[in-house]
Design a binder for this molecule. Structure first.
Ligand code: GLU
Length: 332
């Protein structure tokens, strides 16, 4: 049987990094070099065993430099590649781990769920002792090429685990097991014998993505206000002054900002800024309690602040109606 054709996109990150010393797990962001996707493929010929790989250059940067305009261009790179080469069965994106979960969630909202896209990173540069780059890249290609991935949309593969884009989060600075999906757990595993999913894919009901971003070059500004004991409204006021169309409050669990911060958020809401209430703790839902409804704030459910910011930004391209925005949060 012919190998499936998989597009492999180079966005940089540790997985595409060469350290200047095989023991350098620390200083390589500043002292090392980022490889192009072609250079990564030259160093990892093992990947060819699992798919017919189509390299697609994007950016060779640390992912702290990736932002919304990159997401829109990445989306465009994927849709253009599919249009030009309809045989491509899925994609792997080599990406830094810092913003990996944000890129993955954005793509999950803007690409059809029928298309398997695996976003993969590494914790140790490609040429260091015991690097996880090769193993993670191999697993990513295996998952993207596996027929059971059809209909699962965007996934994150790290350390033999497969995570849903919506749930995946980086939870450790240096451990190889850096990503987790909190209480939801991984959706599957790249085991040595085969790729295993814990449950069947829901058959995609539509080829249409949740949000159509075709032709968009920018997203509305949305900022995140992080609560800490005693914080005031200075950050919220600065975000408003910078032109934020929305603010996500990453508040004390179960979703209550500090008093002065809350006042500033109420003021912002009255002036037309859309406020989404999330929590800073990483687990559990922010429920739609009466106070939020009365203020006209949106409840983020269990979406993390960084992902709530992405969903709000996409929602604001369509509407400023709080009821409709809350529907998006209840659905995605
Ligand atoms: N793993 C990080 C990233 O997100 C650090 C690598 C770097 O900044 O060069 O890309």
């Amino acid at each position: 049987m012919a190998s499936p054709s998989i597009g492999i996109i180079g966005a940089g990150g540790t997985i595409s990094s060469l350290a200047s010393d095989p023991r350098d797990y620390l200083d390589y962001p500043e002292t090392g070099r980022k490889l192009s996707v072609e250079e990564v493929l030259e160093r990892l010929p093992e990947l060819d065993a699992f798919a017919d790989l189509v390299p697609i250059g994007f950016r060779s940067v640390g992912s702290s430099a990736i932002g919304p305009s990159d997401w829109l261009r990445l989306h465009q790179a994927i849709t253009t590649a599919v249009r030009h080469n309809p045989a491509i069965a899925g994609f792997v994106i080599l990406h830094g781990t810092a913003t990996l979960e944000e890129t993955a969630y954005f793509l999950s909202l803007t690409l059809p769920a029928t298309l398997p896209v695996v976003v993969v990173g590494a914790q140790r540069p490609l040429n260091t002792v015991s690097s996880d780059a090769a193993a993670n890249a191999i697993n990513a290609v295996r998952v993207a090429a596996d027929p059971a991935s059809y209909g699962r949309g965007v996934m994150v593969v790290m350390n033999d685990e497969i995570h849903a884009a919506r749930d995946a989060t980086k939870g450790s600075t240096y451990r190889l097991h850096a990503f987790h999906s909190a209480a939801n757990g991984p959706i599957g595993f790249a085991d040595p014998d085969r790729v295993v999913f814990r449950f069947p894919a829901h058959p995609p009901t539509s080829e249409e993505p949740a949000f159509d971003v075709d032709g968009m070059t920018e997203l509305p500004r949305v900022d995140i206000a992080y609560s800490y004991a005693g914080c005031d409204g200075a950050a919220v006021e600065a975000f408003r002054a910078a032109g934020a169309a929305g603010i996500v409050s990453a508040a004390f669990a179960p979703g209550i900002p500090a008093p002065l911060e809350r006042e500033a958020l109420c003021e912002a809401a009255r002036a037309g800024t859309v406020i989404v209430q999330s929590s800073r703790v990483g687990q559990g839902r922010v429920a739609r309690r009466g106070w939020l409804d009365a203020q006209g704030w949106v409840a983020a459910g269990d979406l993390s602040p960084v992902k709530a910011r992405i969903l709000l930004s996409l929602a604001l391209r369509q509407t400023t109606d709080i009821g409709r925005i809350q529907d998006f949060f209840d659905r995605y």
